[in-house]
Design a binder for this molecule. Structure first.
Ligand code: NAD
Length: 419
């Protein structure tokens, strides 16, 4: 893992790489590489012992040319301004890749939520919602969950916003509980798009995913669902999974649901009794498997580690898990990387369906959600392959950015110039 690669610079490099294959002028390119605005704030809340504590927080609204800003809110001690800017930019190009009518945004609070009580977390979340209120809205900026946030935090943000605005506006945020206006299928959506991308990728490469061995780094929402669907819906053998405590391995395939249950009970995957051995996180990333799914955080694989990667195919469930140098090394080594802005786009795609349902006050069954998601992922995959082949591009990430940047630039140019 490389701590010193700035994810915002990685994003800018990815845009530059793709722009080399597009007819985009330098001045428009500058716009594509910088956020429109970033809110930086400090949230002071009362802790349970009566003391006050202050937490820095950010919301970046990167680009709104294709629709309202859209993107998650992360609670993590490593959150900083550049990380939030990068994540908001990836959202722009992710929404454009799967062709949903949103721009990109992202937010975060510098906090380790494990150190806060539920009451402290609720006060912190409501304080953030109050700061966000003037700049978010159903047609303006629509947050969602990300690392260490989920339905509970989304419900608090919705409730704070609706109370202060004296209205009902469930579409102001997505990833809510069903009872608060959430969508069927939303919790699984990110892992589902990762599974669908892997299925399409193996099909495209002429390989059988049912025979594939899989290693998954990060057994949270995205990674554990992807692992379970790869095993249960496609018959792949998930031989290793990890979380921040380390990795577990079974060459005959792990029972992904049982590992998930074990993690729910104990807080980590390590110690899972039916594994044959425990591995370090680095050992998992360099295992000789058919498919590697990084599903933890940014920069998990840098240039050095990429030289030791033995997987044939990588499908990125996490955002930005490869550094640009790792990308170059893997392209050179003919490892096929299917990028985050396609593979984890299920989360934002079903967020879009949630928002559509909220606006219409008409709710879909899970089967319709999953069918519509599959259609979006398969269409996007075909568009990416078409760009890859017809432009003779070096890898699928560049192909995704070529498709996405073209869509954002078209929207910007069609709108004309003002003021
Ligand atoms: P999560 O908090 O549910 O899970 C993250 C997991 O990664 C945890 O199990 C954690 O222990 C593990 N982890 C952290 N550091 C690790 C390390 N060094 N090695 C191995 N494991 C490690 O978060 P999530 O929602 O699953 O998000 C994971 C990634 O997917 C992030 O990059 C996020 O931006 C991306 N993503 C998530 C969604 C979503 O809907 N949840 C949507 C799109 C993208």
């Amino acid at each position: 893992m490389s701590e010193d690669v700035n994810p915002f610079e990685s994003l800018q490099e990815q845009i530059d790489d793709a722009a080399g294959y597009l007819d985009v002028s330098e001045d428009v390119l500058t716009r594509l590489k910088h956020p429109e605005r970033v809110l930086e704030t400090n949230l002071t809340i009362e802790m349970d012992d009566g003391s006050l504590e202050t937490f820095p927080a950010y919301r970046s609204q990167f680009n709104g040319d294709r629709g309202p800003y859209k993107g998650g809110i992360r609670y993590h001690p490593g959150v900083d301004r550049d990380e939030v800017k990068a994540l908001s930019g990836w959202m722009v190009y992710k929404c454009a890749t799967v062709d949903i009518p949103y721009g990109g945004g992202k937010g975060g609070i510098v906090v380790d939520p494990r150190e806060l009580s539920d009451g402290e977390l609720e006060r912190l979340t409501r304080a953030f919602a109050e700061e966000l209120r003037p700049i978010i809205g159903e047609d303006r900026d629509i947050p969602a969950p990300d690392v260490n946030t989920g339905q509970r935090e989304m419900n608090w943000i919705k409730d704070t916003y609706e109370t202060l605005e004296n209205t009902t506006a469930p579409g102001v945020i997505t990833g809510k509980a069903i009872e608060s206006g959430g969508s069927e299928g939303r919790v699984e959506a990110t892992g589902r798009s990762t599974m669908l991308t892997a299925r399409e990728a193996f099909d495209y490469l002429g390989r059988d995913i049912g025979d594939a061995t899989v290693a998954v780094q990060g057994y949270g929402n995205a990674g554990s669902v992807a692992a379970r669907l790869l095993e249960q819906e496609l018959g792949a053998s998930v031989v290793a999974v990890s979380d921040s405590s380390g990795a577990v391995h079974d060459p005959d395939g792990l029972d992904t649901a049982a590992v998930k249950e074990f993690k729910r009970e104990t807080g980590s995957v390590t110690g899972y009794e039916d594994a044959t051995e425990e591995l370090s996180n680095e050992e998992l990333l360099t295992m000789d498997v058919d498919l590697l799914v990084p599903a933890a955080l940014e920069n998990a694989i840098d240039g050095d580690l990429a030289r030791d990667v033995e997987a044939d195919v990588i499908v990125e469930a996490a955002n930005g898990p490869l550094t640009p140098e790792a990308d170059d090394v893997l392209t050179e080594r003919d490892v096929h990387v299917f990028p985050d802005i396609l593979a984890n786009a299920g989360g934002v795609t079903v967020s879009y369906f949630e928002w559509v349902q909220n606006r219409q006050r008409f709710y879909w069954p899970e089967s319709r959600v999953n069918d519509e998601l599959e259609r979006h992922v398969v269409d996007a995959f075909e568009g990416l392959v078409d760009a890859y082949e017809s432009n003779d591009l070096p890898n699928f990430r560049t192909a995704a950015y070529v498709v996405a940047i073209r869509r954002v630039v078209d929207a910007y140019e069609e709108a004309g110039t003002w003021p």
